[in-house]
Design a protein around this ligand. Sequence first.
Ligand SMILES: Cc1cc2nc3c(=O)[nH]c(=O)nc-3n(C[C@H](O)[C@H](O)[C@H](O)COP(=O)(O)O)c2cc1C
Length: 307
Amino acid sequence: MMNLVSAMETRVSTRTFDGKPLSSEEQAALENLLQDVERAEKPDFLQPVRLTLHTGPGAKMGTFGLITSAAGFLVPAVRNAPFAMESVGYSLELAILGAASLGIGSCWIGGVFSRARANEAARAGKDELVPVIAALGHPASQRSLADRIVTGAAQSRVRKPLSEIFFPIAAQPHGGADAGKEAVSAVQLSAPWDTILEMVRIAPSASNKQPWRIVQVSETPQFVFFMEENYRYNNSLGDVHLQNIDMGIAMCHFDAAAEACGLAGTWQPLAENRGAGSSAEDEKTSTALAFGRSRGWKPIAVWQQKR
Ligand SMILES: Cc1cc2nc3c(=O)[nH]c(=O)nc-3n(C[C@H](O)[C@H](O)[C@H](O)COP(=O)(O)O)c2cc1C
């Protein structure tokens, strides 16, 4: 994949588009991009995600007043299986960042859209879900009133400070009952980790809730990803869990930034997460897990740098 750091830095949600269709060059570039995203290397416990580009004059998705004059939509379909949501977050964000690199604006839509139309556009099978869609197009020069209200309410661009999402903790060899009470050291990251975590910090999330929490045991090249779940918010849409999608987005940003910095790593699943077995438990991970669990966070996955 291309270097996506500048796309991560500059992307913001676009909710008011100029109404112009995508050019045939843009359509072709997007179709190529979707193929690249489908083929890109991803954490191997994620599910494959089929991405459909839905454009043309009839491309309406029942987004009501929220989205104005989109040129089209990206519609992801995934098998309803463990890590389906993280998978959609990861793949659709890769596509959104690629689109941003092509100068195409977008907005994730997880709340109000026609699920029937989205299923139809993706030709979703019986065992597949279309949990979210993304609107695409060229940003209009002036944003609609609804856009300005939503953007204000969702506090676009406003993000938690690093100290609220990243927790470097001291090693505790025996990972005992006190592990969760380990003092958090001041956030002081050396390059390139500062860039990589900054890219996670600025990632988009549903209602800008930024549920990701990342724990690193004293300078080890291992990062444990947790979700600070808002239970009602994340469990009000049946099989769709927007905050697990956010976790996939965070993993995508971490990987894209690590790749841009020339670092390689592997992911292991941690979730006692909707039927997935957990693995990847060593002493360092146990210390990090105890720390996160004592705060009520849900373990999702751990990234380990390849030696
Ligand atoms: C899973 C997910 C679902 C979202 N659903 C909606 C939505 O239904 N409507 C909307 O206007 N924005 C939606 N957003 C966009 C977020 O509000 C936005 O990403 C966040 O406020 C941060 O702002 P930014 O994207 O401009 O950086 C969603 C984002 C994500 C990641």
